[in-house]
Write a protein that binds this ligand. Structure first.
Ligand SMILES: Nc1ncnc2c1ncn2[C@@H]1O[C@H](COP(=O)(O)OS(=O)(=O)O)[C@@H](OP(=O)(O)O)[C@H]1O
Ligand SMILES: Nc1ncnc2c1ncn2[C@@H]1O[C@H](COP(=O)(O)OP(=O)(O)O)[C@@H](O)[C@H]1O
Length: 221
C-alpha cells in the first residue's frame, strides 16, 4: 500500500508573500557549517543579536539545542517512549543519523523561512550531500537565493585548542566515536556563498559583521 498517495498538499489562505509583506522582509536560511569549536554558534548568535537590534524577525536553530528535543539521542527518548521507539527515532552521530538530523533541520528551517523569518542555523553538517539537499528543499520552498551557506573555516588545530566542552580530548582518548575531524570526515563546502576565516584572530563581531555585509550587499535583505 502506497500511503504517500493518500497524503495531499493543503493550500493555505495566508501565503508566504502575505507573511513576508506583513513582516517587511523576505524569509531565508543562513546555514553555518564547520567543525565543532569553529565558532558557528557564537557567530550565529552575534549575527542574530545584530539583526534583532535592527528590528528584523529572526530565529536561531543550534545543533546542541536541537539535539535536546527534535533530534534527541536514544537515551533521552527512552524513558518517555520506550526502547523500541528510542532506537528507531533517536539520533546519534553515524553518517545516516547525521543525514536524518540535517534532513529534519533542513525541513524545519525551510518552514521557518516560509513564515518570513531570517532563519540562522548552526550545525556541523559535515556531509556535502546533506547540505546540498537542504539547499534544494529551501529553494523549492521559495527562491534559489534563499539558502546562504556560511563556511566557518577554522583549522582543526585551533578548534582542538579551544575545545570548550572537552570533546576533542575525549575523542582523542577514544571515548567519543565518530567525532568530526578526528575519527569522522568533514567535507568542506566547494562553493559556499560566504567563507569566514575563523582562526585568523578576527573578533566574533567582525565575523558576524562580514555575514551581515554580504547579506545586505547581495540583496538578501
Ligand atoms: N561525534 C560527534 N561529532 C561532532 N559533534 C559531536 C559529536 N558528539 C557530540 N557532539 C556535539 O554535538 C554537536 C554537533 O551536533 P550537530 O547536530 O551540529 O551535528 S551534525 O550536524 O549532525 O553533524 C557539537 O556541537 P558544536 O561543538 O557546537 O559543533 C558537539 O558539541
Ligand atoms: N572568532 C573567534 N575568536 C576567538 N574565539 C572564538 C571565536 N569564535 C568562537 N570562539 C570561541 O570558540 C569556542 C567555540 O565556539 P562555538 O561558537 O561554541 O563553536 P561551534 O558552535 O562551532 O562548536 C567558544 O569558546 C567561543 O567563544
Amino acid at each position: 500500500m502506497d500511503v504517500s498517495k493518500d497524503i495531499v498538499w493543503h493550500q493555505h489562505s495566508v501565503d508566504r508573500q502575505r507573511r513576508e509583506r506583513q513582516l517587511g522582509q523576505q524569509g531565508c536560511v543562513i546555514w553555518f557549517t564547520g567543525l565543532s569549536g569553529c565558532g558557528k554558534s557564537t557567530i550565529a548568535n552575534a549575527l542574530d543579536a545584530m539583526l534583532v537590534a535592527e528590528g528584523r524577525a529572526t530565529t536561531l536553530l543550534d545543533g546542541d539545542n536541537v539535539r535536546h528535543g527534535l533530534c534527541a539521542p536514544p537515551a533521552v527518548l527512552q524513558p518517555e517512549h520506550g526502547a523500541e521507539f528510542a532506537e528507531r527515532f533517536g539520533l546519534g552521530f553515524g553518517a545516516v543519523d547525521r543525514e536524518e538530523n540535517i534532513r529534519r533541520i533542513g525541513n524545519v528551517a525551510a518552514l521557518m523561512a516560509s513564515a518570513g523569518l531570517i532563519t540562522l542555523t548552526a550545525f556541523v553538517s559535515p556531509y556535502r550531500r546533506d547540505r546540498d539537499r537542504v539547499r534544494k528543499i529551501v529553494a523549492e520552498a521559495g527562491r534559489a537565493s534563499d539558502f546562504v551557506e556560511v563556511f566557518v573555516d577554522t583549522p582543526l588545530e585551533v578548534c582542538e585548542a579551544r575545545d570548550p566542552k572537552g570533546l576533542y580530548k575525549k575523542a582523542r582518548a577514544g571515548e567519543i566515536k565518530h567525532f568530526t575531524g578526528i575519527s569522522d570526515p568533514y567535507e568542506s563546502p566547494a562553493s559556499p556563498e560566504i567563507r569566514l576565516d575563523g582562526g585568523a584572530g578576527k573578533s566574533v563581531e567582525a565575523l558576524a559583521g562580514e555575514v551581515r555585509e554580504w547579506l545586505v550587499g547581495n540583496g538578501v535583505f
